[in-house]
Design a protein around this ligand. Structure first.
Ligand code: FAD
Length: 539
């Protein structure tokens, strides 16, 4: 097969146009083209008046060798790479030991699925509840101001990605096409097939719930076991080797443990630190969510084509480098979505964003965050958990400013820039549930962050006209942009000082987002499988 890239067609092209463009590119008659499939389709909206679709396609030809010879050296025509996934190991017969996976988010799910597919029968321990029960608890906070610290947006089946926008793209290097395996597994579990070929796929919350259940069923059918409401409270390490974990008072032995606990497992980080597992503080970002009318973003990005069904609700990605040396950037933008209450700890307020597949809510929201470094954390460098304490500090402050009832503190952009408290809403209705408390956000983050945001918002309005509109709403605080620690691992994917412990996914800082966490889960599963096979005397 050959892959043709950079085939540009107008947004409203008819079905025959792509076929014709392929024939023209290759200089062949229709009879020579046996079949083709779209590998990727991306809109190019750099010129709003002339939006194009850019295709990459894989083609099967009657005489590929002749075409290759004739077009040798022609740009944008290459052999289609082999993207199929091959298992690296098979579990030996009668394997006595079972690997343990802590956490059933995207990383833990793909680690468990891959291990189960190779014949290792993993035991998954997940502190939260199965996804349907978890949904009820999560709504408990959003509707009734009632938090369940063990079952919420961060904790439970599906992990932090379940109540999300379900964006499925990442900038990781992926020479083995592991992202393709992840997306293929997602499609098998019920995701729309288009996620395999549109450039910025997303799934939305509703579908994610069903997919997670289907993948759980697959893992169990392959001999895996998944235990909910099973928080790992301790870990047993002997002579630098993990030997088991303590869960609900029971000691589960295993010398192969995947740690896929996400970035909010603060008690678990503390436990691991107390047990001597090596970890270090790392940079992350803090800020607010910002909400605009989605129509403003659509008009700015797509002009007259706004609302076109192929384009959908427009997104954006913005960055501004401030005079005080800080960078401000948009994070986890959710077109046509809602701002969600994302705390997992009592007495704290955290924001994030989610959407449904249709992305048809009135507002666009995104984190608008300021990059911070370990040097900003009181207690650094002595305390590797100083960044986590820093998060807690600002999340508690947000709880206070919000009125101590899980409402989030909020302010209109015009008032924030002018330095006066907000007292009434304007055109933009904030979507955060259970609700917002209008206030002055200038003490909700450190001064340097406030200064940076006040400089950035008007500057970003040069990229999206109206971005600094007076009625846009800021809601605080966005603190869980990534993990505050890195649990360092070696080339063998094991902790640098604890053999048999495989730190993985976002919590250990080896991923940022659903897709990269899932890819990391596969890589860790492979390393673990090879190690188990080697321990049994295999090769
Ligand atoms: P997690 O998904 O955090 O999973 C960790 C799991 O471990 C949790 O289920 C937790 O309950 C469990 N756990 C923790 N401690 C223990 C313990 N001691 N014992 C047992 N279990 C434990 N990313 C995107 O790519 N696209 C998006 O659109 C997107 N939107 C998001 C929206 C929201 C509201 C949130 C909160 C996040 C969003 N993200 C998004 C980020 C994404 O969800 C994470 O990057 C991803 O889920 C990380 O995967 P993970 O498996 O490493 O960790």
């Amino acid at each position: 097969m050959l892959r043709l890239t950079e085939i540009k067609l107008p947004l409203d092209h008819d079905d025959a146009a792509l076929h014709a463009a392929i024939l023209a590119r290759l200089g062949i008659e229709a009879a020579e083209l046996l079949r083709f499939s779209v590998y990727k389709r991306s809109p190019d909206a750099r010129k709003r008046t002339e939006i194009k679709l850019i295709y990459s396609v894989d083609v099967e030809l009657r005489d590929e060798a002749a075409v290759r010879e004739r077009l040798a050296g022609t740009p944008h025509i290459t052999p289609t790479p082999d993207m199929s996934y091959r298992f690296v190991a098979q579990a030996p017969e009668g394997l006595a030991e079972r690997p343990i996976i802590i956490g059933f988010g995207p990383c833990g799910i793909l680690a468990a699925l891959t291990l189960a597919q190779m014949g290792f029968k993993p035991i998954v321990l997940e502190r939260g509840k199965a996804v349907r029960e978890r949904t009820q608890d999560t709504w408990g906070l959003w509707r009734k101001n009632k938090l369940n610290p063990e079952s919420n947006v961060q904790f439970g089946e599906g992990g932090a990605g379940t109540f999300s926008d379900g964006k499925l793209y990442s900038q990781i290097k992926d020479p083995r096409f592991l992202g393709r395996k992840v997306l293929t597994e997602f499609v098998k579990a019920g995701a729309p097939e288009e996620i395999l070929w549109i450039n910025r796929p997303h799934i939305g919350t509703f579908r994610l719930v069903g997919m997670v259940e289907k993948m759980r069923a697959d893992i169990i059918a392959l001999g895996g076991e998944i235990r909910f409401q099973s928080r790992v409270e301790d870990i047993v390490i002997e002579d630098g080797q993990v030997c088991g974990v303590l869960v609900n008072g029971e000691l589960l032995p295993s010398r192969h443990v995947v740690l896929a606990v996400g970035h909010s497992a603060r008690d678990t980080f503390q436990m691991l630190h107390a047990r001597g597992v090596y970890m270090e503080a790392k940079p992350y970002s803090i800020g607010f969510r910002i909400e605009h009318p989605q129509s403003l973003i659509d008009a700015c990005r797509y002009g007259a084509a706004a609302g076109h069904p192929i384009l959908g609700a427009a997104d954006y990605k913005l960055v501004h480098h401030c005079k005080n040396g800080r960078s401000v950037y948009s994070f986890c933008m959710c077109p046509g979505g809602t701002v969600v209450a994302a705390t997992s700890e009592e007495g704290r307020v955290v924001t994030n964003g989610m959407s449904q597949y249709s992305r048809n809510e009135r507002n666009a929201n995104a984190g608008l965050v300021v990059a911070i470094n370990p040097e900003d954390f009181p207690g650094y460098p002595e305390n590797p958990l100083a960044g986590m304490d820093f998060q807690r500090h600002w999340e508690s402050r947000a709880f206070e400013l919000g009125g101590r009832n899980y409402n989030a503190p909020a302010q209109l952009v015009g008032d924030f820039l002018a330095g006066r408290p907000s007292t009434k809403l304007g055109e933009v209705e904030p979507s955060y549930k259970p609700g917002v408390t209008l206030t002055d956000l200038s003490t909700a983050l450190p001064d340097y962050a406030i200064t940076a945001l006040r400089e950035a918002i008007p500057a970003l309005a040069r990229q999206i006209r109206g971005y600094a509109m007076n009625d846009a709403v800021l809601t605080g605080v966005e603190t869980r942009t990534s993990s505050p620690i890195r649990i360092r691992r070696g080339q063998d994917y094991q902790s640098v000082n604890t053999r048999g412990l495989y730190p993985a996914g976002e919590g250990a800082s080896y991923a940022g987002g659903i897709l990269s966490a899932a890819v990391d889960g596969i890589e860790v599963a492979e390393a673990l499988a090879l190690s188990m096979v080697a321990a049994c005397g295999g090769s």
